[in-house]
Design a protein around this ligand. Sequence first.
Ligand SMILES: C[S@@+](CC[C@H](N)C(=O)[O-])C[C@H]1O[C@@H](n2cnc3c(N)ncnc32)[C@H](O)[C@@H]1O
Length: 283
Amino acid sequence: MDIDKDVEASVQRALIEQVRRHTGIAMNERKWTMLKGRLRRRVMALGLPDYRDYLQVLDTSSEEVRDFIDLVTTNETSFFRTPRIWEYLAQSFLPQWYAAHAGTPLRVWSAAASSGEEAWTTAMLCEEFRAREAAFRYAIVGTDISDGILASARAGSYQGRSIEGLRANHPALLQKWFRSEGARATVNDALRTHVSFRQHNLYSVPRELGQFDLVLLRNVLIYFDLDGQQAVLANVRRAMKPDAILIVGESESLSRVSTGFTFEQPLIYRIGDHREERDHEHA
Ligand SMILES: C[S@@+](CC[C@H](N)C(=O)[O-])C[C@H]1O[C@@H](n2cnc3c(N)ncnc32)[C@H](O)[C@@H]1O
């Protein structure tokens, strides 16, 4: 058995198609080396002679599909990723939203939450805001397609690069909202009360999630093609209250897709007419 022998183009294409089918992530042949690198160990662990056999396993085992999704998704994330966004949330969004909705709990969706840093970052900011406005209430739902990464999000226990960034840039928040043991820091119970995680594929309509005031859909649209982005944005929009805010990732823009979102400021959108959005963004 030689797992490293050349893989036929038809098998490469079929695996790329499986990625699209199960996640919506659009890969092309140029991504094959990366995909092969991610699947190699799994194919070997299953004792399969080559990737063609793995395709058959994928066709017949929903458990394998779960592992496949964990392997092919890219989960890079960090606390306070893109600082500008968090400044906007703390300084503009939360005070303005609260002034207009006092008495109603804020509902936040961290869609494509990965290992949870984005959801926990939001929770820390909400808690800091609650220290000033005691009546403020909030709930955060983090979702991701990958069950494996959601287990890490729920555990809320971090070490290495992820926690080093928080330690360097927000030591007071780390001390207040985490329990530290050696190099590891774990989210404390006060923060946990407000955050839950569940599996969700952005290609399905998020009926069970309810309606949100703030949606973080960051660094995930880049993995989809234009049609995919359009489909995902239409789904996400259905879960947004009429005056909700959508925040996307740094290298993402809605200017090429007709989505019914209005550009508010870089990376920040509201529900509205898409022609308006293009005019603003290109102004
Ligand atoms: C790069 S991470 C982004 C994490 C975080 N939002 C951030 O900006 O730091 C992308 C996440 O999208 C998830 N993902 C990919 N395809 C998805 C889909 N179809 N539905 C839901 N989540 C998906 C991946 O599992 C991964 O955890």
